[in-house]
Design a protein around this ligand. Structure first.
Ligand SMILES: COc1cc(/C=C/C(=O)SCCNC(=O)CCNC(=O)[C@H](O)C(C)(C)COP(=O)(O)OP(=O)(O)OC[C@H]2O[C@@H](n3cnc4c(N)ncnc43)[C@H](O)[C@@H]2OP(=O)(O)O)ccc1O
Ligand code: AKG
Ligand code: FE2
Length: 354
């Protein structure tokens, strides 16, 4: 029978086995480095039943410039911070092709993935496991591949061949959708034009991430992703049909499932838009649970400012005399702070609080 590698971090990170390599050993138990403290585990009594009246809104984007549709987006971003969009304009076959390419990438032999890790500049491609393994006290049951949406030449040089075409085609369509959605979100904040400077601040740097959560022998002991809010302006997430994403409820103590809806994209407001809207839009905590029997994948696009963008409440938010709740921060300082610690709920935004 296989045993846990003696130097687990070396096995996971340096040898590029990731948690998939660990799961492939078919160990009966999870190594203690993955044990969440008891109070941090998601116990069933804290989950709001799926059939209750509370559920994340699902919005049809077909008539996105219809004021009623825009009102429902504003209401979801203000009250929930999370919603699902159907009829977003991205062909469903592209979503299916992308999911297949994610499985193809993670199923590559470890030596191929190791060479991707070793030969890719981290500002373009980053293969990793957990969240920030050198900074966190407990590991998360997740591997990831981050593809930075750079110039076409850079993409062709560095994105892995097994998923490059699918990822690039998806990003081209997603970019058009993201621009429309940000226009709506900004318009409802009385910002009527998304000029070049604001576009750079809201969506100047986009990262397509492939998250891979292998089946786990003891899912109740671990976290796929610990509670956190995203640091992006928005995140656009495609999930497969397995499920496992939960959002913190308004009462603060319970969690609501984000059920997989075929063809839908899950949108969440990130810290940047909470800061720019001076707290009007909410960047809500969410987490992922592991699954005993099935591998789950998800594909978030982190829609980020460029690293040198300065983030703060929009002047339009302060016109009627409201006090700013956040100071001006350089985005690269913000994300370096985010990665300097483990996921820790909503604590990152304290960095920008006045
Ligand atoms: C993983 O689960 C996640 C991820 C996220 C992601 C949110 C974001 O998109 S934040 C935007 C960050 N921007 C980029 O990643 C662009 C590409 N990267 C870069 O240009 C550079 O890496 C850099 C971000 C400018 C930082 O450069 P540098 O100062 O030279 O430092 P590094 O050696 O690259 O990194 C130091 C250390 O920080 C951690 N880290 C930095 N960036 C990331 C990243 N994108 N993902 C994961 N970790 C990152 C990492 O610990 C680095 O240590 P190493 O062990 O890799 O050496 C949101 C939510 C999630 O659950
Ligand atoms: O896998 C998911 O559904 C969500 C992942 C997530 O929250 C993240 O990558 O920031
Ligand atoms: Fe997230």
């Amino acid at each position: 029978m296989s045993t846990t590698p003696t130097n687990l971090i070396d096995f996971l990170v340096n040898q590029a086995n990731g948690v998939k390599g660990l799961a492939d050993l078919n160990l009966p138990n999870v190594p203690p480095q993955y044990f969440q403290p008891i109070q941090a585990r998601l116990n069933k009594s804290k989950i709001i039943p799926q059939d209750s009246e509370q559920s994340i809104p699902i919005i049809d984007f077909t008539n996105w410039d219809d004021p009623e549709v825009q009102d429902s987006i504003f209401s979801a971003a203000t009250n929930w911070g999370f919603f699902q969009i159907v009829n977003h304009g991205i062909p469903i076959n592209l979503l299916d092709d992308l999911k297949a390419s994610v499985h193809r990438f993670f199923e590559l032999p470890v030596k191929v993935k190791k060479s991707v890790k070793e030969n890719s500049p981290p500002e373009v491609v980053r293969l990793g496991t957990s969240f920030s393994p050198h900074a966190e006290s407990v590991l998360e049951w997740k591997d990831y591949l981050q593809l930075v949406y750079a110039s076409v030449e850079t993409i062709h040089s560095y994105w892995p061949a097994v998923c490059k075409d699918e990822a690039l085609e998806y990003m081209k369509h997603a970019e058009a959708f993201i621009r429309k959605l940000l226009k709506v979100l900004l318009k409802k904040l009385n910002v009527n034009e998304l000029d070049k400077e604001r576009e750079q601040t809201l969506m100047g740097a986009m990262i397509l991430s492939f998250n891979y959560y292998p089946a786990c022998p003891e899912p109740e002991l671990v976290a796929g992703v610990c509670p956190h809010s995203d640091i992006s302006s928005i995140t656009v997430l495609l999930q497969d049909g397995i499920g496992g994403l939960y959002v913190r409820d308004k009462d603060g103590n319970s969690w609501i499932n984000v059920p997989p809806v075929n063809g839908a994209l899950v949108i969440n407001i990130g810290d940047v838009l909470q800061i720019m809207s001076n707290g009007r839009y909410k960047s809500i905590e969410h987490r992922v649970v592991a699954n005993r029997n099935k591998t789950r994948i998800s594909m978030p696009i982190f829609v980020n400012p460029t690293p040198d963008s300065v983030i703060g409440p929009l002047p339009e938010m302060l016109e009627n005399g409201d006090e700013p709740q956040y100071k001006q921060v350089v985005f690269s300082d913000y994300f370096k702070y985010f990665f300097s610690k483990g996921h820790d709920g909503k604590k990152t935004i304290e960095f920008a609080k006045i």
